[in-house]
Write a protein that binds this ligand. Structure first.
Ligand SMILES: [Zn+2]
Length: 269
């Protein structure tokens, strides 16, 4: 999946490191990632006044999150939706993490409690209000993906109004006060009108472009198999037999990984 970048290694634990001109920069111009024409990351020194924030260590090298300026020659700006297609796997994961922090820094410049300008906290990854002491940590939104199955069949969906047009599984955000298992049961009920039992955790994936932490579960149908589709949310929802499930080619996606797990590992279920 996206975070599986071996043999590369990314250490995201916070450290009080200052950026040097030769350090690698994961730089955003608006929401687009700045890459050199050859596809490599810029150096902090290439970017002028770029407010570097420590990001992590990739393969032994410190990387810094930076704000890029317009008009730097020799670079191209890649929008988030294109990154997944063009970037090498480890770079896509790094960009996903960096984008999440970029969006969080951007959206927390002012204190939500008293309105003062926030500053970066020195000893941990947080924003601190110098006036009232409000401390804000990076936003991580838990969401579930569920493979709802009944013997040899699984429910496959298509979502309306999203950039991604391919097949999907039932998915949704955890609401306040819910456990992920409660979210699984609620989303199955809301999106396709089905009841589930035997909810089993499978795997997870951080998806920083939307500040999500995706939690993958499988759940067994309990009761009627008649799908009642939530039409505002889904354009399609149907039972697909295991042997008719299309081979989906993106091992970086949790949804694809789950579909292929159902298809190729019937003994797990
Ligand atoms: Zn404040």
């Amino acid at each position: 999946m996206l975070q599986d970048i071996a043999p590369h290694r990314l250490d995201l634990s916070f450290a009080q490191l200052q950026a040097g001109a030769g350090d690698r920069a994961v730089a955003f111009l608006g929401d687009s990632l700045l890459l050199r024409e050859d596809g490599a990351l810029p150096r902090v020194g290439d970017l002028g006044d770029c407010h570097p924030a420590y990001l992590g260590i990739l393969d032994g090298h410190p990387h810094f999150l930076c704000e890029a300026q317009e008009g730097l020659p020799g670079f191209r700006a890649v929008p988030p939706r294109e990154l997944r297609q063009i970037a090498q796997g480890y770079l896509c994961h790094l960009a996903s993490v960096a984008f999440q922090l970029h969006a969080w820094y951007r959206d927390n410049r002012f204190c939500g409690r008293c309105g003062a300008l926030m500053g970066r906290k020195a000893d941990e990854r947080a924003m601190l209000c110098p006036r009232c002491g409000n401390t804000v940590y990076p936003r991580i939104m838990p969401a579930i993906i569920v493979g709802l199955y009944d013997g040899e069949r699984i429910v496959v969906t298509r979502y309306r109004g999203r950039d991604y047009k391919g097949t999907a599984l039932i998915a949704g955000f955890c609401e306040v006060g819910e456990t992920p298992e409660m979210t699984v049961a609620r989303e199955c009920r809301e999106e396709v009108g089905l009841s589930v039992a035997g909810i089993r955790y499978f795997a997870s994936q951080p998806w920083g472009f939307d500040s999500d932490l995706l939690l993958g579960f499988f759940a067994r149908l309990e009761g009627s198999d008649a799908i009642t589709r939530e039409e505002g949310e889904l354009s399609e929802a149907l039972w697909v037999p295991r042997d008719e499930l299309a081979e989906v080619g993106d091992p970086r996606s949790l949804t694809s990984t789950m579909m292929m797990h159902f298809k190729h590992h019937p003994e797990w279920f």
